[in-house]
Design a binder for this molecule. Structure first.
Ligand code: CA2
Length: 141
């Protein structure tokens, strides 16, 4: 099984800035543990602050992988183009958020992406990614 994680803008700052909101763990450290706990799954990781690069990665991995775990960061709330890319690929996409977006500012309550994703997981810290991975692993097709 091959799963691609895609992180959007500013998520490269995880564990470095705003630990009260996004936790103290770096994503690299978390990912190493997630991979070690799931040896049967090949987990790819990509982060970009650039919308077009995220779209390129969705197009590429969306035809090659068994699923995508996408935290599009702030683009979640704005990007028609990322929504179109998700809709265009056959791989299931799970939208994840570290924070509970519904407990935050109103502009974070709406996602451009949710309707074209398999599902949404938000508010469990970085463990939102583990929950998404488990959902893809145990998914009944
Ligand atoms: O909760 C999430 O995962 C978000 O996708 C994070 C985005 C935010 O715009 C979404 O509404 C919810 C922001 C990512 C910023 O990441 C940082 C991480 C550490 C320090 C500063 C920013």
């Amino acid at each position: 099984m091959n799963i691609q994680i895609i992180n959007g803008p500013n998520l490269n700052l995880l564990g470095v800035r705003e630990p009260e909101l996004y936790g103290e763990q770096t994503f690299g450290g978390y990912l190493a543990q997630l991979q070690a706990d799931n040896p049967g799954v090949e987990i790819g990781f990509f982060q970009s602050n650039i919308e077009g690069e995220i779209i390129d990665k969705i197009q590429e991995s969306g035809f090659q992988s068994d699923g995508i775990i996408l935290n599009a960061g702030g683009y979640t709330h704005t990007s028609v183009a990322i929504r179109d890319a998700i809709k265009a690929v056959p791989a299931p996409v799970i939208e994840v958020h570290i924070s509970n977006v519904h407990a935050r500012e109103e502009f974070r309550h709406h996602s451009m992406l949710s309707a074209v994703c398999l599902g949404v997981i938000a508010g469990f810290g970085v463990d939102s990614y583990r929950l998404a991975l488990n959902a893809l692993i145990h998914r009944k097709k």
